[in-house]
Design a protein around this ligand. Structure first.
Ligand SMILES: O=C(O)CC1=CCC(=O)O1
Length: 260
C-alpha cells in the first residue's frame, strides 16, 4: 500500500521528520508545524491508511499494519532513520515503529496519545456506529473533544475546517482504525523504546489525559512529559506555537529522560 503524503523539502543531511496524525485527520492537520520544522530537515506529512488520500481497504486494521504502511513508504523513498512525530492514533503508530524498529527512529515525539485508549468496547461501538451512520454523523462530537470550549468559541473557522476534515474521512477507513485502537496496548512494550522521547499532553484533553501520557513517559527510559495548557485533544492546533517549539527543540537537542 502506498500512503498519500507530501514532502516539504528542507536542508539535506538531517534525518527527515515524519508527521502522523489522529483518527479523522489528514496531513493538513500539521500545517502549523511544517514551516518551522522544514527549516531544520525535510518533512513528510502522511495520511494514515483509511484517511485523506490514502487507500481505505476493508477493515479491521491493526496498528502493526498501519506502522508497516509507514515503513513501506520510508523504504520506497530510501529513508532509513527519521524523527518520528505522532498525535493520538499517529502516536500509537509511532510507538509501534519505535518498539519494533528502534534503529529507524532518531527521536520520537508522542502527542496526545496513549499506550491503551480506554475500553475496547467503546471503539468497537464507534466503529459500528460509523459503518451504520457515517463519520459525518459523529464529526461534531469528535471535534468537541479536539478543542477546549474557549478555543472553539474564539476560533470558529479552525473548528469548521476540522469538522469538514473529520466528516470527509472514509467511513470504512475510520471504522477500521477504531478497531485498531480497540486492540492497541503497548504498556508491556514501552521499555523497548530506546529513542529520546518527547511526550506532550493537553491539560484539558478528555480523550488521552495527562495521566495516559504519564504512563508513556514513565514506561520509556529516555522520556520527558510536557503538559501544555490550555489544550484539549489536538494540542498541536490549540497550542500550535508552544507545541512546534517543543518538537523543534527536541529535534535539535533531544530530551534524554531528565524529568522536568
Ligand atoms: O476521536 C477521539 O475520540 C480521540 C482520539 C483517540 C485516538 C485518536 O486518534 O483520536
Amino acid at each position: 500500500m502506498q500512503l498519500a503524503h507530501t514532502v516539504h523539502p528542507g536542508p539535506s543531511g538531517a534525518e527527515p521528520v515524519v508527521l502522523l496524525g489522529s483518527l479523522g485527520s489528514d496531513r493538513r492537520m500539521w500545517d502549523p508545524q511544517v514551516p518551522a520544522l522544514a527549516r531544520m530537515a525535510s518533512v513528510l506529512t502522511v495520511d494514515v491508511r483509511g484517511h485523506g488520500g490514502s487507500p481505505a481497504p476493508a477493515g479491521p486494521y491493526r496498528v502493526a499494519e498501519l506502522a508497516n504502511d509507514v515503513l513501506v513508504l520510508l523504504n520506497s523513498r530510501g529513508i532509513d532513520r527519521v524523527h518520528l512525530v505522532g498525535l493520538s492514533l499517529g502516536g500509537a503508530i509511532a510507538q509501534r515503529i519505535a518498539i519494533e524498529h528502534p534503529g529507524r527512529v532518531r527521536t520520537l515525539s508522542l502527542l496526545c496519545t496513549a499506550a491503551r485508549f480506554g475500553q475496547p468496547a467503546a471503539w468497537t461501538a464507534r466503529a459500528e456506529a460509523v459503518r451504520r451512520d457515517g463519520v459525518a454523523a459523529i464529526a461534531g462530537a469528535i471535534a468537541g473533544r479536539w478543542f477546549t470550549p474557549e478555543y472553539a468559541a474564539a476560533n470558529p473557522r479552525v473548528v469548521a475546517d476540522c469538522l469538514r476534515m473529520i466528516a470527509n474521512t472514509d467511513d470504512e477507513g475510520y471504522a477500521a482504525c477504531c478497531e485498531a485502537l480497540a486492540q492497541w496496548d503497548s504498556r508491556a512494550a514501552l521499555s523497548r523504546i530506546t529513542a529520546p522521547t518527547l511526550v506532550i499532553a493537553g491539560a484539558q484533553d478528555p480523550a488521552t489525559t495527562p495521566d495516559d501520557l504519564r504512563v508513556i513517559a514513565d514506561g520509556v527510559a529516555r522520556a520527558r512529559l510536557h503538559v501544555v495548557t490550555p489544550a484539549a485533544h489536538v494540542a498541536s492546533l490549540e497550542q500550535a506555537g508552544q507545541v512546534t517549539a517543543l518538537i523543534r527543540d527536541h529535534l535539535t537537542a533531544p530530551i534524554d529522560g531528565t524529568p522536568s
